[in-house]
Design a protein around this ligand. Sequence first.
Ligand code: ADP
Length: 594
Amino acid sequence: MLKSRFFWKLYAGYAALVLLAVVTVGVLVARRISSDSIAETDSRLHAQAVLIRDLARPSLAGDADPGLQQQVRDLGAAVGTRITVIRADGIVIADSDEDPAGMDNHGTRPEVIQALEEGSGSATRFSRTVAFNMMYVAVRVDKAGELLGYTRASVPLTIIRERLAVLRGIVVLGGVVAAVFALGIGLVVARRVTARLASVTEAAELIAGGSYGRRVDSVSQDEIGMLASAFNRMAAQLEERVQTISEDRTKLLTILGGMVEGVVAVDTEQHVLHLNAAAGRILQVMPGETLGKPIWQVTRVRHVSEAIEEVLRDAREVTGELDLEVEGQPRVVELHGAPLQNGAGGLVGAVLVLHDVTELRRLETVRQDFVANVSHELKTPITAIRGLIESILDHDDMPAETRSSFLGKIQNQSSRLSLLVTDLLTLARLESADGVVDPAPLDLRDPVQASVANFRSGAEEKGVGLHQEVPDRPVRVSGDAEALELVVNNLLDNALKYTPEGGRIQVRLRAEDGNAVLEVVDTGIGIAREHHDRIFERFYRVDKARSREVGGTGLGLSIVKHVCRAHGASISVESAVASGSTFSVILPLAPASV
Ligand code: ADP
């Protein structure tokens, strides 16, 4: 408290005021007492001079009175006043303190001259007779309008001064006591005021430090009480706003953190204000370690710092594309930079959005390749058909045998076209649905057995053994029976296509560890290791000519993969050249049957 500057300012002001007031009042009172005292002495001396007048009149009138001197001396001693009787010519005829014979002519004394003119006169001056400063009051003594002389009463000024000193002492003592009281009360009041203000200050400091729940006790209705309640209202509003801001900030950070796009915000000095998790992944940095650092230190990707520099320099948006390597993988990242502005439109930084478009680009490429592939696949049979038809039309004289051979080829190409279109449509349907159209509980043995039955005659024709191993108990799964039959059909179709005469195909179905396991095993030409991942791609064929020859479209395994994915199943292949292939589909069993 005693360290409080406010306290000392308040108290010093108050104390100065109190002291000024006490001194002013003291001086005024002392002056008043002094003037009152002089006036009172003056009137007392006047009264005494008037009283002596009758006593002195006979002597002044010329009747010599030898007892007057003694009377004057006694009277003066009795009232403590020097009494002088002066004739009209200025000769002193009696004096209470001195021998009149030795005294000067008093006719020129100022009080005497004034008494001559006005009836009474007073003066304060040094008395050569008694060697003191004295106060004199003289009155005229008349008889029947004729001036007889003067009576004069006087006292030494030291007496008046002594009395005044006592009175002044009382005034000073009173002043000191009043000042001490007032200063004591002031001290208590100033301490209370300071203490209440200090509690507001303390609360303000705590709030400034982040304790927004802090409030000031405000009970009184005075200005400090009003200040405290205004402060509390302000604190409540502040708490609410800070909470809203921190909620908004959390939301914003959650949104930014959850964004697939990388977001980097910097200030005008290019120091990082925010860098979200996606940006951290793309730029290969830890977001937490980038805060406050200049962007050129955070990432070595030149394009990023250049883009930020451009945005800050020109205050306009920039776009671009980066080729990066993230975790050893080439990535294509789209970059979009925009200036960050404050409410007044001033530039306060820049924000950069990084969008990893690698997958998008890959899909675009896949789509373009697909369109090119489809066009190519369709073009081959169409060109062949057109050529054959033109030959037939151009050669009217074509032998019937050649013509029917041409027509046979046209038929082959047409059915190839039809197969291609059917597979494309199936693929398109599966891709657009991106899931099983109509999942229903089913026994996987049914589509497997139906499919095997489909291929039995074909296998016999080709001289390939076809066997199935199906459990006695139902293998319950949830799925689309038609689509799952298509899977078995395609796998069996391939097995038959790529297994030469005398070979053997086995279809095995079993339930194992909560899954249905379907295997199509053949003893055919097999697939070299490097093709295993790619044979499920659209139009990918290990040997194009051979596939075409056996009526393949390159879409069969693609369709299988799609159906499997839609059923939450996996498909894999084990194969080696000339030692046959095994395709395995693993599909989760329906919950009730697990
Ligand atoms: P296709 O219609 O050409 O058979 P798929 O997508 O069904 O197209 O198969 C892709 C490629 O995988 C085939 O061209 C073939 O080279 C190879 N392939 C598929 N199944 C077998 C198999 N059982 N034995 C050997 N090669 C196979």
